[in-house]
Design a binder for this molecule. Structure first.
Ligand code: SF4
Length: 481
C-alpha cells in the first residue's frame, strides 16, 4: 500500500468511521511505533553518549546499510574496505533484490518503521538498472530512505533507465546517491588513476550534472553526497576539494579517514597516523568556517562528526548559533519533542502533521519562529539571502575502525566482557553506540558496519562466491596441427 492511501475493502466503500480513523492515522504528528522505537534506542545507548546533543534515541535510531547484496566492484581502490573475496562474487540482480528486501524487513521490524539506509556493497551501478530500481523500491517499501553508493562512473542513459519505468514514466519522485571521488581510486574511464584531487573535479561535476539533467527532463528530484576516503597522501587536498566543488550540486561532503580494514593487499600507508582533529580542521578550512559538531551528535563523536548548515553566497552558516542559549533551547525542544515525527514524509502528509503538532504544542511555533528570525538576522538579513541564495550543505567525518581492533573488542562484547586496554575499551564504547547498522536475517542479529567489514565480510563473501561464482572464461580452442 502506498503511503497515504486507504485500504481496499473488497469493492465496498469504506465506512465513514474507517475513513476518519485512517485520516487520523495518516495525519497524526507522532507515529507511536516510531516513538516507541526511538525510546528503546535511547535505553540501549551507553551512558557516555547520552548527551543533550544526542540525536540517536531522540529523533532517530541511526543509519542502516546493506551487505552481501552486490559485493563486487570494477575499481581497484587503495585502500578498499571490501575483503579480497568480494570480487569473486557475481553481481546478480535477483539475489540483490531478495537480500535487500529481507535485510530491510528485518530492520523495519527490529529497529524502527522509518530510517535512512544505504544501498551499499561493491558498486551499485554494476546492477542492471531495473534491478537497481527494484532494490530501491524494496527499501522504500520497508520505510527506508535509500541512498545508492557508487563510484559515479556510469552514463546518463544508465541513470535514466534506472529512474524511468518501461512505460517511460518516472518510477521515483526523488533519488539519493553518494558518489565516491578521490585519488585512492583506480579504474575510472578517462582517468584510470588520478594523481591529484583537482583532476577529478570534472568527473565530480559530470556526476552532479547527470542528476540536474534528470530533474530537468523528467522532474525527478535528487540528493547527492560526495564521499572521499582520506589518506595521508590526500589529506592536505581536502580544503581544495570542498572549495572547488561546494556549488557542484552536493548537499553533503562526507570524509572517511582510511582504516586498516578489508583487502590488506591494498593498504599503502599507515592510516593510524590520521589525526581526527587535524582532518576536521582541514574540512573547516575548505568550508571556510568553523564547523561545530557538538550541536547535534550522531552516536559517538569519535566515530562521527556532523555539522548541519547552509551556504549563503560563499559563507557557510551552522543551522544553530552554538553561543546563543535561545538556539540551544530550540535544539533541545527539537530533540525532546519531535521524536517520532516523520519529517521525511511527502508534503501532503507532512503539512497536516505539522499543523496538528502546532495545535497540540503551540509553544513550538514560537520557538521555531524565534529561531527562524534570529537565523535570518545572523546570516545577513533577507537581502543577503536573496542575493546569495541558500545552499544547504552538511559536513560529515566518519571514522571506520581498524579490523585488528574491532575483532577482539567485538568478540569480548559478545561474551559480555568489557576490556581494560584503553584502545580496545574505546572500540567497545564506540561499537555500543554505533549509528550504522547492518542486519543478518539468517541469525537475527544487527551488527555495526565496523563488525561487518572488519570481522564478518571475509567468510560471508567466501560463501557468496560459492553461491554466485563468476562466469567461467571460455578456454581457448586447442591448436590443431
Ligand atoms: S562503530 Fe564503526 S560503523 Fe559504527 S558508527 Fe562507529 S565507525 Fe561507524
Amino acid at each position: 500500500m502506498r503511503s497515504g492511501s486507504f485500504p481496499a475493502s473488497g469493492g465496498r466503500r469504506p465506512a465513514p468511521r474507517a475513513i476518519a480513523r485512517r485520516l487520523n492515522e495518516l495525519t497524526r504528528p507522532v507515529d507511536p511505533e516510531a516513538k516507541a522505537a526511538i525510546e528503546r534506542r535511547w535505553q540501549e545507548l551507553p551512558e557516555h553518549v547520552r548527551t543533550p546533543a544526542q540525536t540517536l534515541g531522540k529523533v532517530g535510531v541511526g543509519c542502516e546499510g546493506t551487505h552481501g547484496v552486490f559485493p563486487r566492484c570494477n575499481f581497484a581502490c587503495r585502500p578498499c574496505y571490501h575483503s579480497k573475496e568480494a570480487n569473486q562474487v557475481r553481481t546478480d540482480g535477483a539475489h540483490t533484490v531478495a537480500e535487500v528486501r529481507s535485510q530491510m524487513r528485518m530492520l523495519r521490524s527490529l529497529r524502527a518503521p522509518f530510517a535512512h539506509a544505504q544501498l551499499i556493497g561493491g558498486e551499485a551501478s554494476l546492477l542492471e538498472p531495473d534491478d537497481h530500481a527494484e532494490a530501491i523500491a524494496a527499501m522504500r517499501e520497508a520505510g527506508r530512505e535509500p541512498m545508492s553508493f557508487t563510484h559515479g562512473d556510469f552514463d546518463y542513459q544508465y541513470l535514466e533507465r534506472l529512474a524511468l519505468g518501461p512505460d517511460g514514466r518516472p518510477r521515483f519522485d526523488r533519488l539519493s546517491f553518494a558518489g565516491h571521488f578521490d585519488t585512492t581510486m583506480i579504474g575510472r574511464r578517462g582517468l584510470r588513476r588520478a594523481e591529484t584531487e583537482v583532476q577529478l573535479d570534472p568527473y565530480r561535476h559530470r556526476f552532479a550534472e547527470m542528476f540536474r539533467r534528470l530533474r530537468k527532463e523528467h522532474g525527478i528530484g535528487f540528493f547527492l553526497a560526495h564521499n572521499m576516503t582520506v589518506t595521508p597522501a590526500n589529506v592536505g587536498q581536502i580544503p581544495g576539494v570542498i572549495a572547488r566543488n561546494r556549488r557542484a550540486g552536493f548537499g553533503m561532503f562526507s570524509f572517511q579517514p582510511a582504516a586498516h580494514v578489508g583487502d590488506e593487499r591494498r593498504w599503502k600507508e599507515n592510516y593510524r597516523s590520521l589525526d581526527p582533529d587535524a582532518v576536521w580542521a582541514l574540512i573547516e578550512e575548505g568550508a571556510g568556517s568553523r564547523l561545530p559538531y557538538h550541536l547535534f551528535e550522531v552516536g559517538d563523536t569519535r566515530c562521527n562528526r556532523t555539522a548541519w548548515g547552509f551556504y549563503v553566497g560563499d559563507r557557510w552558516h551552522s543551522v544553530l548559533d552554538e553561543n546563543d542559549p535561545r538556539d540551544l533551547a530550540a535544539r533541545d525542544a527539537y530533540l525532546e519533542e519531535l521524536g517520532g515525527v516523520h519529517l521525511n514524509a511527502p508534503l501532503h502528509l507532512l503539512l497536516p502533521r505539522l499543523v496538528r503538532l502546532a495545535l497540540a504544542r503551540p509553544h513550538l511555533v514560537g520557538t521555531a519562529l524565534g529561531w527562524l528570525a534570529r537565523t535570518v538576522r545572523r546570516v545577513g538579513g533577507p537581502v543577503a539571502i536573496l542575493r546569495g541564495g541558500v545552499y544547504p550543505t552538511t559536513f560529515v567525518m566518519h571514522r571506520f575502525m581498524h579490523a585488528d581492533d574491532v575483532k577482539p573488542a567485538w568478540e569480548a562484547l559478545e561474551r559480555g566482557e568489557r576490556l581494560r586496554d584503553p584502545r580496545l575499551r574505546e572500540v567497545q564504547e564506540r561499537l555500543m553506540a554505533c549509528s550504522y547498522a547492518m542486519a543478518h536475517p539468517e541469525s537475527g542479529k544487527v551488527v555495526p558496519a565496523c563488525v561487518q567489514h572488519g570481522v564478518l565480510d571475509p567468510e560471508e563473501n567466501r560463501l557468496l562466491a560459492e553461491l554466485l561464482p563468476l562466469p567461467r572464461r571460455k578456454a581457448a580452442p586447442a591448436e590443431t596441427a
